[in-house]
Design a protein around this ligand. Structure first.
Ligand code: FAD
Length: 392
């Protein structure tokens, strides 16, 4: 028998789960979330989940800022255990990126972000293992850190269920059913769901259902890689998150004395993959290459214990920024997709904005016109001075 609901979310990653909770707490009607695998099975469960406010435009910096406030008190606001670990973030550039960095730091300071330039000496106080050459420029964002990605998704789902949302796992949406330009339901492996409103939160799978709706969602599913190392015993506990443009890598401490490291160079765009069939292991040459670069910043990591790595998915748009909008020409269809490898930190505000868009007809917490679907056709992409898309 068909299930009836008011709002149907496709995708149980961090975006779908955050939306479900934001909609349910607003009593927006019967909210159902369908996830074809398990919660966080896409990008979310494998995310580095670094939370920084460093962006090149006010909108995304503000989205990160507002979301950080939620993550800091996640247990109070959403529920479950605390999820945020504050480490601070160091961003290192050379002359080539100095102008972009200076402009971004100025903008962030205007927004009230605690960010400042640091010398090698000051960096040694913050993070004794780090090395900075004289020709390198570093800044320190004190409030940054990372969240426990799997726990965030799970706590959102728990809170959404508490507020009445229905999560159904192992249910794949095969098509969206429309009549006279309006959404009327979806067909799944478990039969029909009737609903006047469908939200795509389908991460790297976004283009597939978009096509079914007759909408070209310019989101590429691309493979990225992560390398993992156990720190040597004498490393000590203090370390920060890094966005190291000079070495072309980001890295962060994780629990269990580990370091999680990945590329910043944006080469993922050259690796489009089928999201249902990609190599989930790390390439043999990736691990030594990351170790070499990591050791230039952290000499002690020459002695780091390799713990392998893994392959994961980014959902990349042409300007490496998400599409958060109604879908054109179709009443009742929405999307929040294409977070391009840096969306986890924005999930709290994205959930809120989507609830506003769906329930009130307009997002009011922020003006998100810059993230509209039509920007690519209008040749008005979101711009960044950096050549590293994932830094936004
Ligand atoms: C290795 C890695 C490191 C990252 N590091 C950071 C970071 O440090 N900071 C940061 O902010 N961001 C980071 N990101 C990006 C961040 O994780 C993503 O932007 C975010 O998780 C995207 O969430 P999502 O809900 O949009 O997509 P996903 O988590 O991919 O969720 C989409 C879900 O939709 C489901 N689905 C798809 N199609 C269907 C269908 N037809 N029917 C039912 N279900 C369907 C999938 O199974 C999946 O679970 C990283 C990502 C990766 C992979």
């Amino acid at each position: 028998m068909a299930v009836n609901c008011d709002i149907l979310i496709v995708g149980g990653g961090v975006m779908g789960a955050s939306m479900a909770w934001n909609l349910a707490r607003r009593k927006a009607g019967r909210v159902v979330l369908l996830e074809k695998s398990y919660l966080g099975a896409g990008s979310s469960g494998k995310s580095g989940a670094i939370v920084r406010q460093h962006y090149s435009n006010r909108l995304t910096a503000t989205m990160a800022q507002k979301s950080l406030r939620v993550f800091e008190q996640f247990d109070q606001i959403v529920g479950g255990p605390p999820v945020f670990t504050r480490t601070g973030m160091v961003l290192v550039v050379n002359e080539k990126d100095k102008a972009g960095l200076d402009a971004n730091v100025q903008m962030q300071q205007e927004l009230g972000v605690d960010v400042r330039p640091v010398s090698g000496q000051v960096l040694a106080d913050i993070d004794p293992n780090a090395r900075l050459s004289e020709d390198e420029i570093a800044i320190y964002e004190a409030e940054a850190g990372f969240v426990e990605a799997v726990q965030v998704v799970s706590s959102y789902a728990e809170a959404a269920r508490r507020d009445g949302a229905d999560f159904r796992l192992g249910v794949e949406v095969n098509s969206v059913v429309t009549e006279k330009g309006k959404v009327v339901g979806v067909e799944t492996n478990e039969g029909r769901y009737n609903c006047p409103c469908v939200v795509l939160a389908t991460g790297p799978w976004a283009a597939q259902l978009g096509k079914d709706l007759g909408v070209k969602l310019p989101v590429q599913s691309c493979r990225t890689q992560v390398a993992l190392y156990r720190r040597p015993a004498d490393f000590g506990r203090r370390s920060a998150v890094y966005c190291d443009f000079v070495q072309g890598i980001y890295f962060k401490p994780t629990h269990g004395e580990m370091i999680h490291a990945g590329s910043l160079a944006g080469e993922e765009i050259k690796q489009p993959v089928n999201p249902d069939q990609y190599n989930e292991a790390a390439d043999g040459d990736f691990l030594p290459s990351v170790r070499q670069r990591l050791s230039r910043r952290y000499p002690a990591m020459h002695r780091g214990y390799g713990r392998g790595g893994y392959g994961a998915l980014y959902a990349i748009t042409p300007d490496w920024h998400p599409i958060i909008d109604k879908l054109p020409g179709l009443e009742g269809a929405y999307c929040a997709v294409g977070f391009s490898g840096h969306g986890f930190k924005m999930a709290p505000i994205v959930g809120q904005l989507m609830a506003e868009l769906i329930v009130d007809g307009k997002a009011s917490a922020l003006d998100i016109a810059a993230l509209r679907y039509a920007r690519f056709d209008e040749n008005d992409p979101v711009k960044t001075p950096y050549g590293y898309g994932v830094m936004g």
